[in-house]
Design a protein around this ligand. Sequence first.
Ligand SMILES: [Zn+2]
Length: 61
Amino acid sequence: MFYGKRAKEEEIETILVDTEVYSCSDDACIGWMRKDFVADDLLCPMCGNQMLQEIRELPKI
Ligand SMILES: [Zn+2]
């Protein structure tokens, strides 16, 4: 559907929020997870190393 030429592109703006995440303690590994989705054992899903808590700016979900 089209509503003339009034596109609402300005409303499609990514909102970043400070989010608690766990990132892999191995600098060579890019593995990380949002705190809400992290495994109970706090191990990296990619390499199995321990993960460390940190704050990142991520798109709001
Ligand atoms: Zn890892």
